[in-house]
Design a protein around this ligand. Structure first.
Ligand SMILES: [Zn+2]
Length: 353
């Protein structure tokens, strides 16, 4: 590995940063047509001839000829070598990168296996959903369209005791790897294992770089015994407070410089279907500081839209407190008592929302 980091790590860091955001830290950029223009940081000038393309993620100076991509910009501005520029960008984007010298150590191999295991699990759940007519019917009855099922890679965990366990075993994952993922639990009676998620619609939790790190599962039938929603526990690759459900999709659909934060998976999906594609959900009740920072990477304004019940309002107030000090403008979209964004937009439509 001549460069120290793997191609995948480099790509992950580059994708998580936006060249316009990064350069804006050094140069005042103004939108001009499809480009951004500013005064070149590499030569002295009075009239702006330094252009940045958000679309191409490249910069070019018509005055001195300087040009390149995100990485070369950071290398030149901060006087860093390639590896240190990647490290610098990973810190801006809040991405954990192991020390390049230690990249083949046991810990990073383990993490890589967990990413692959989760991807395999997501494919498995999705396949189960495509095969299961009642589960599909359940989603259709809730107004979820086929296209949305694909876009959010929704899945289904069958009622089978160990369907995922058997599938992952067949794919070569060890018992320990499966237990580490939290998707499989050890049986108390013998040394067997069983699936954590059963009879649930599965919502893969995906990072901004498109990697599955956990799941949310919703029961398709009412139950006294089991909770309606169940989430993956934290694991080597999943820290709840540092991720937002739907951000991988919302970040490409930012509207008016804002992101809408809602409570649940179904809220994000219903809003998306109704045309509100910049919604994300916190993976618990209230937003965390880490999630606030994540939002701040993409926008300067967040709209909190929580359920119109007491718990929702409490979570919203906590969210406002947590976001304080992050230099984020916070707005609140209040729904009528007893309504959540999911049923509100279905009944009242986009305009009312
Ligand atoms: Zn220049």
């Amino acid at each position: 590995m001549g460069r120290g980091y793997t191609e995948e790590q480099i790509q992950q860091v580059v994708e998580a940063n936006d060249i316009v955001d990064v350069i804006s830290q050094y140069v005042t950029l103004k939108k001009s047509g499809s480009q951004y223009m500013g005064r070149c940081p590499f030569h002295n000038e009075k009239t702006p001839s330094f252009s940045v393309s958000a679309e191409k993620q490249l910069y070019h100076c018509f005055g001195c000829g300087a040009g390149g991509n995100l990485i070369t910009f950071v290398m030149n501005m901060e006087n860093l070598n390639f590896i240190d520029a990647i490290k610098h960008l990973s810190q801006i984007a809040n991405i954990y990168l192991p020390d390049p010298k230690a990249e083949n150590d046991a810990e990073s191999i383990k993490r890589e296996r967990q990413y692959k295991l989760h991807r395999e699990a997501a494919l498995y759940f999705h396949k189960m959903l495509i095969k299961d007519i009642p589960a599909q019917r359940y989603l259709f009855s809730r107004g979820i369209q086929e296209e949305t099922i694909k876009k959010f890679a929704l899945g289904y965990s069958t009622s089978k005791f160990d369907g995922l366990f058997k599938h992952l075993s067949y794919k070569g994952y060890t018992r320990q790897e499966m237990l580490d993922s939290g998707l499989v639990l050890a049986s108390k009676r013998d040394d067997g294992c069983y699936d954590r998620f059963r009879s649930r619609i599965m919502f893969p939790i995906v990072t901004v770089t498109g990697r599955v790190i956990g799941f949310g599962g919703r029961l398709t039938e009412k139950s006294e015994k089991y909770p309606k929603y169940l989430n993956s526990p934290e694991n080597a690759i999943f820290t709840k407070g540092n991720h937002l459900y739907g951000l991988n999709i919302a970040k490409n659909n930012i509207k008016d410089g804002k992101i809408i934060a809602v409570e649940g998976y179904m809220d994000v999906i219903s809003l998306h279907q109704a045309g509100v594609k910049n919604a994300v959900a916190s993976l618990g009740t209230a937003l965390t500081k880490g999630q606030g920072r994540l939002i701040k990477r993409y926008v300067d304004e967040v709209v909190l839209c929580y359920d119109g019940d007491e718990a929702g309002q409490r979570a919203m107030i906590r969210g406002i407190e947590v976001l304080d000090g992050l230099d984020l403008s916070i707005k609140v979209l209040r729904l009528p008592a007893g309504k959540d964004p999911d049923d509100f937009i279905k009944k009242e439509g986009l305009k009312a929302f």
